[in-house]
Design a protein around this ligand. Structure first.
Ligand SMILES: Nc1ncnc2c1ncn2[C@@H]1O[C@H](COP(=O)(O)OP(=O)(O)OP(=O)(O)O)[C@@H](O)[C@H]1O
Ligand SMILES: [Mg+2]
Length: 243
């Protein structure tokens, strides 16, 4: 993916969440966003996803500006997959329907093909026998695999993950990170907000440190994690790696 965020501002009422955020990537398979709580990572991800509009500045994904009108945004969102910490599944539908229904209703795929595609994704994510279960009948890790399957169902150009493992125990977390790593290796482009520094260093080729509404440092992952330039990032990494 090619990504350009230029002088991005985002305000919520009087609060300035992003204060002139800049980030330019010529070519990246996986970008990780790291940084302290409240720094602006999720806000940045929502703007890239077209779920919210920036207050100022411009965003381009693969040389195309993220659109401004509602109609164009609706189309744009269809080219993106998003996975949140809290899965965001429909609680009253089973796993299969959670994947198939958006395909049918949002993406206009026929009912039969939607359900076929959902079943094959469930198999791919080792959930073949769990399709009839509702989210309350599945574990956190299984629910997150359903959510990832759903985000892939319409074959998006780009998948965005916002702390996909932070609601999971270490074992489930490791499973999900393996799934994400496989996706990256299979050639999917993604942006991941994560606190898993080991994963970020290994799986992403670029990383950006977002703090106080700005990118304070960015670069190739290995360099950024091994040789942070700004003292705030060095301190952040030291704290994150302590436990
Ligand atoms: N919908 C909203 N309304 C008002 N303020 C918001 C909203 N969303 C985010 N903010 C504020 O914007 C700032 C950035 O929030 P954001 O969620 O992007 O941080 P974050 O880096 O993702 O933090 P965390 O690591 O805790 O998830 C915070 O101060 C937050 O309180
Ligand atoms: Mg967040």
């Amino acid at each position: 993916m090619k990504l350009s965020l230029e002088s991005i501002t985002k305000t919520y009422g009087a609060h300035r969440a992003l204060k002139g955020l800049d980030l330019k990537l010529e070519s990246s398979r996986c970008l990780t966003l790291i940084g302290p709580s409240g720094g602006g990572k999720s806000t940045t991800l929502r703007l890239i996803a077209g779920l919210e509009k920036a207050s100022g500045g411009s965003i381009q994904v693969n040389n195309k500006p993220v659109p401004q009108t509602e109609e164009e945004l609706r189309r744009y969102r269809k080219s993106i997959g998003v996975v949140f910490q809290s899965y965001n599944l429909f609680p009253h539908f089973d796993a299969l329907t959670n994947i198939a229904l958006p395909l049918e209703k949002v993406h206009g795929v026929s009912r039969e093909e939607s359900r076929d595609r959902a079943q094959s994704l469930l198999s791919q994510f080792k959930l073949a026998t769990h399709g009839r279960k509702k989210p309350s009948e599945l574990s956190g890790g299984q629910n997150q695999r359903v959510a990832i399957a759903r985000s892939l169902a319409h074959n998006p150009d780009l998948i965005l993950f916002d702390e996909p493992t932070s609601a999971l125990d270490p074992e489930m977390s490791a499973q999900i990170l393996d799934v994400i790593e496989e996706l990256i290796q299979s050639g999917k482009d993604c942006v991941i907000v994560t606190h898993q520094m080991g994963f970020a260093k290994r799986a992403s080729d670029y990383a950006a440190f977002i703090s106080r509404g700005k990118v304070e440092e960015s670069g190739k992952s290995l360099e950024l994690f091994d040789n942070p330039q700004c003292p705030e990032l060095a301190q952040f990494l030291e704290r994150e790696l302590k436990y």
